[in-house]
Design a binder for this molecule. Sequence first.
Ligand code: NAP
Length: 347
Amino acid sequence: MTIDELRKRIDEIDREIVRLIGERLEMVQRIAEVKNAEGRGISDDERELIVKMNWRRLAVEYGIPVDIVSILADLLIKYSKSLQINLRGRKKLQKRVTFIGYGNMASVLARQLVKVGHEVVITGRNLDKAEELAKILGCRYMDLESAIEFGEYIVLALSFEAYKNGYVNKLFVHLRNKVAMDILSSKSWVFHYLEGESLQNNFMYVSVHPLFGPLTPPIGEKIAIIPSKTGATVLQDVVDLWFSAGLEPVVVDLEEHEKAMAIVQVLTHLYLTAFSKALKKLSQELHIYPDKLSTPTYREVRTIVERLKHIENVIFEIQKTNPFSVFVRREAVDVLKDVIESIGRQI
Ligand SMILES: NC(=O)c1ccc[n+]([C@@H]2O[C@H](COP(=O)([O-])OP(=O)(O)OC[C@H]3O[C@@H](n4cnc5c(N)ncnc54)[C@H](OP(=O)(O)O)[C@@H]3O)[C@@H](O)[C@H]2O)c1
């Protein structure tokens, strides 16, 4: 075959691939209709895992590098989720949302809200930083008091430090009749503190936790919603707000959230941090550069570990503040010892 003939064949194959992607997206739309009719959520972690494993298995079957199909599968899954969110027919609602804080998570959450047409204002203890983020997002910034006055929803996009050093304490008198949300990964005493203050200062408090970091595309990702005693009446509004921004709200109670995060975050971060440290130590001791002979599994773990390096402060905060973390760490060490012991016995 000549090059021209081979290229012609490639064009035909490309056409077929695109046609099949179109057909696949049509099925996604039909699933969205069924999910809507049955009131089911968009994400289905178990199904997602099965689909990814199917792609990997097929890659092996057809002799294609697993890395390529993994990227394609991830892309298709992400796009399918965002398609389903769009198809769900967002309620046309434009809300006024104030972000106190201009860090990583404020940036990612505010961007999503701006994108879908909400009026967003950024503020915080440093107005230069607030202005900088507002410029990037194409929204407004204001001094603290005006910004709170402006917003119907006030997102405390602040780290744990701001609660400990009394910064948040100064905000409560301004929050009357507003809906306030913290975004902390581990709610610790902050939930009861904000709940108590919301009762005293007549604001509605609903705690939220975005279940993704600043380096993950947020569309279709989950956000935990934890209503307090004062938040029940606005719970659906909060759910609608985050849903409109392409996130998947999951309503849970405080205990369920903290226990789940003890596994999803404390345990996962612990083993991955240990892996990262062991990798460095062993590479030095064995005088070897393991990346040279990497396997697909090793590369995936390395990618996750590199991503986590960007949120080391948050990882440390969660390890310190999740009420179940001491228990989880103790159990994790015991399990590791058991695994080592059982491997020893097998040999
Ligand atoms: N990063 C994640 O992966 C992730 C995911 C979900 C939830 N969260 C939760 O979100 C929180 C914020 O995360 P982030 O990544 O956005 O953190 P970040 O980028 O460090 O931003 C923290 C924000 O809090 C402000 N702040 C810190 N200490 C303060 C104080 N003492 N008084 C007043 N303002 C203060 C910072 O303002 P200055 O710049 O002026 O200090 C900044 O606006 C975390 O603590 C975590 O619990 C994080």
